[in-house]
Ligand binder design. Structure first.
Ligand SMILES: Cc1ncc(COP(=O)(O)O)c(C=O)c1O
Length: 399
C-alpha cells in the first residue's frame, strides 16, 4: 500500500469542527443545543449583492478568469483599502484567493522554506499552526495570557524577532479573543518591526470592519509606511459582509509577493468564478450599511456576554473590542467536579458543559491557550442569553 505524503500526516482536523460536529449529533438526537462554537456571522449580504450575482449569471462568459483577480474586483478592493486608511497601493500589489484561508496557505508556500521559523501570538486562530505544520515550518508561539488582555507586547515581539524568523503573523481583531490593538499599541509594535528588516509581516485582519468602542482599525504601515515593503495585508468578505460561503479572500502586498501568489493561483485555482467576482465587487463598492449595522449589533452582544461572564465569581473575561468572540479564562473550574465528574482541563470542561447543559464552546487549547474557552456570539439574542444562563448555572453547580 503506498503511503500518504508526510505533510498530510502533520495536518490535524480542526478542533472547532470536532465540537461543532458533536453539537450537531446531540441536536440530531433531539437535545436542545445552543452552539457558540462556529465563527460564522448570522447575517446575509444585502440584496444588491444578490442582484449583481444574478446580473452576472445572465451574461456569464463561462470562461477562465484572471489569476490575480478581475480588474473590477481589484479596483473595488483598492477603494476598500483606502476606506480602511491604506494608501499607495495599485493593482500590481493585489491578488485574490478562495477565502483568506487559501490566501494564508498560499502565503505559507510563497514565504516559508521547510525548517524556517514563523512566529505568532497565542491565543491564535487554529489554522495558523496547521498551515505552518503542513509546510514544515518551525513555529515560535508568543504566549499572551488573559493577564495581558491576550495582547502581544513590544518586548515579547522584540524577543521573538531577535530569533530572526522568516515570518511574523499578526491578527487584529483577534480570533479567538476579540481583542483589538489600538493606534498606540499598533504603532509601538511597528517601532519594533522596523528594526528587523529580514522578517515578512503578515497581518490577517479580516475582522477589520468589526471594531467597537471607536477604536478603529490600525495597521503597522499607518505609522511606518516604509513597512509596506514587508507587510502583507490579508482580508476576506466572509465575516464582515456575511459571505463566508462565497469564499473571497483578498491580499495587498509588495509586488513580488502579489506575483508569487498569482503564480500559485495559476497552478491551484486559476481564478474566481465570474458570479462570485460580481458579488464581491457589489459588496465592496455598494452600500456599507449592513456591515456597519452588524458591527453595532455585535458590540451590544459583546456587552451582554461580558456582563454575564464577569458576574461568575473567578471567571476572567478580558473585554473584547471587535469580531464576535469572547475568550473567558475558565481555569478556576479545573480540579472541581460537576455532578461527581471531575474536570481537569478545558477539553473536559467543554465536553461536560455540552453534555450537561447543551452549550457548545470551543476549548482554548485549540487556540494555544488551555486555560480558556471560546464563545462565538453570533447566534440570535434570545439563544445567547439562554446559553449564558446555562453556563452560569454550570459554574454554580461545580463543587
Ligand atoms: C482570523 C481568521 N483568519 C482567516 C479566516 C479565514 O477566513 P475565510 O473564510 O476568508 O477563509 C478566519 C475564519 O474563521 C479567521 O478567523
Amino acid at each position: 500500500m503506498p503511503q500518504l505524503a508526510q505533510r498530510v500526516g502533520r495536518a490535524k482536523p480542526s478542533a472547532i469542527m470536532v465540537i461543532a460536529e458533536k453539537a450537531k449529533q446531540l441536536k440530531a438526537s433531539g437535545r436542545d443545543v445552543i452552539s457558540f462554537s462556529i465563527g460564522v456571522p448570522n447575517f446575509l449580504p444585502g440584496e444588491h449583492v444578490y442582484a449583481a450575482a444574478r446580473e452576472s449569471l445572465s451574461h456569464d462568459s463561462g470562461q477562465y478568469g484572471s489569476n490575480r483577480g478581475a480588474d473590477a474586483l481589484l479596483d473595488a478592493f483598492l477603494e476598500h483599502l483606502e476606506r480602511l486608511g491604506f494608501s499607495g497601493y495599485t493593482r500590481a500589489n493585489l491578488s485574490i484567493g478562495i477565502g483568506a484561508k487559501h490566501v494564508l496557505y498560499n502565503l505559507a508556500e510563497a514565504l516559508l522554506n521547510e525548517g524556517e521559523e514563523i512566529c505568532f501570538a497565542a491565543p491564535y486562530w487554529t489554522t495558523y499552526r496547521d498551515i505552518a505544520d503542513i509546510v514544515g515550518a518551525r513555529v515560535n508561539v508568543m504566549h499572551c495570557g488573559a493577564e495581558q488582555d491576550y495582547k502581544l507586547t513590544p518586548a515579547q515581539l522584540d524577543a521573538a524577532l531577535a530569533r530572526k524568523p522568516k515570518v511574523f503573523l499578526f491578527n487584529n481583531p483577534s480570533n479567538p479573543t476579540g481583542m483589538v490593538y489600538s493606534a498606540a499599541e499598533t504603532a509601538a509594535l511597528a517601532e519594533v518591526l522596523v528594526g528587523y528588516p529580514d522578517t515578512w509581516i503578515v497581518t490577517d485582519d479580516i475582522y477589520n470592519s468589526m471594531v467597537f468602542d471607536g477604536i478603529g482599525y490600525h495597521n503597522f504601515v499607518f505609522t511606518r509606511p516604509e513597512l509596506r515593503e514587508r507587510v502583507i495585508f490579508v482580508d476576506s468578505l466572509s465575516k464582515t459582509y456575511g459571505m463566508p460561503g462565497w469564499r473571497v479572500g483578498l491580499v495587498a502586498a509588495p509586488e513580488s509577493v502579489a506575483i508569487a501568489l498569482t503564480t500559485l493561483n495559476s497552478n491551484h485555482i486559476t481564478s474566481l468564478p465570474e458570479v462570485i467576482t460580481a458579488a464581491a465587487v457589489a459588496a465592496l463598492s455598494g452600500p456599507q450599511d449592513i456591515p456597519q449595522a452588524k458591527c453595532a449589533e455585535f458590540a451590544g452582544r459583546r456587552d451582554t456576554v461580558v456582563a454575564a461572564l464577569s458576574a461568575i465569581p473567578g471567571v476572567i473575561c478580558p473585554q473584547p473590542q471587535g469580531a464576535f468572540y469572547a475568550f473567558p479564562d475558565i481555569s478556576l473550574a479545573f480540579g472541581k467536579n460537576h455532578h461527581g465528574a471531575r474536570i481537569d482541563n478545558d477539553v473536559e470542561f467543554c465536553a461536560a458543559l455540552l453534555e450537561a447543559k447543551g452549550v457548545a464552546c470551543v476549548p482554548g487549547s485549540a487556540f494555544g491557550e488551555p486555560r480558556a474557552m471560546r464563545i462565538s456570539y453570533t447566534c440570535p439574542s434570545a439563544q445567547l442569553e439562554q446559553g449564558l444562563a446555562r453556563i452560569t448555572e454550570f459554574f454554580d453547580e461545580l463543587t
